[in-house]
Design a protein around this ligand. Sequence first.
Ligand code: ACO
Length: 329
Amino acid sequence: MVQGAKIISTGSATPSVKVSNEQMSSIVDTSDEWIFTRTGIKERRLLTEYGQSVTDLAVQASLQAMESISMDPSNIDLIILATSSPNDLFGSASKVQYKIGAVNACAFDLTAACSGFVISVVTASQFIFNGTYKNILVVGADVLSKWVDWSDRGTCILFGDAAGAVIIQSCSSNLNSILNFHLSTDGNYADYLSIAYKQQLDPHPILNLYQGSFQHISMNGKEVYKFAVSQVPLSIISCLDQINMSIEDVDWLLMHQANERILMAVAEKLSISSNKIISNLSKYGNTSAASIPLALNEVVQKNKISTDDIIVIAGFGAGLTWGTIVLRW
Ligand code: ACO
């Protein structure tokens, strides 16, 4: 029997340390006016406590999502942690699994930068649609502050640290809330946004192999902007088209919280009212894989979303990757 999939709970976590644009101007040559007019960001949260990592934020967000529906962690079958900043290259999801006590869950990381949450929700929904799993925890969490070049004013003003979580549960197919999705990648432009691995110049003296280390975030801001504003509306329209829906049917548009100008340019291209755009990036900056579930949890907590509302979720970022999910709440 084909199952449906429904988001039944949300949670989020942010570090307590706030860094305003004014504070940023004491670190690099910038100003509140420049940052706010170019990006819409006023402040960001940074994980500054020694020993704390993306795992701690992911655990907090997951616990909140489970507690809000009193879910016993042993009922979770699968955990997908969307992150590009694990504190172990082999993955951080298993630590989350252990710390929340999800003893019956398999856990793995999914790396797809700012599209990581969307791709993880789509991945999770496949396990539910085919009847394999009943309860899946999807967490988007990133601590990109560890990878930012804090002397590069072009990038360091953009990012913040956070985590957001959702629990997706199987339901009868007529209650299915994930109505359609569309995912794309164009690796030709991977260099527009990356945390590249750089090899040392000198090889190992005997083995003749090259080791190296990861660099800081590098970004071609103008090209990333053009990519997002051109591809995201196309993805949304094609995703709606396939299920005979149009922009008029959409109650909420929740995009990756990269930049207010991108959100508004996409809204204009789609001719969708700015009242329907969910945005909280002024308080958190670009939190990569966390940005969508962080903003989703905020609107859920504020009771802004009503049953049966149509929500379009769109992620985009490094890869380059982008994708859309249409869901009925
Ligand atoms: N403060 C003051 N001046 C700055 C700053 C800063 N923080 N950063 C750059 N500048 C300067 C530059 O040095 C340049 O000066 P110059 O003309 O003397 O050389 C000038 O401002 C213009 O620089 P640009 O990089 O061309 O600035 P732009 O107008 O393109 O804005 C921005 C930069 C905001 C990053 C823009 O390109 C953008 O919105 N890009 C989208 C990318 C994005 O949002 N990325 C987020 C991560 S990606 C993702 O999540 C998908």
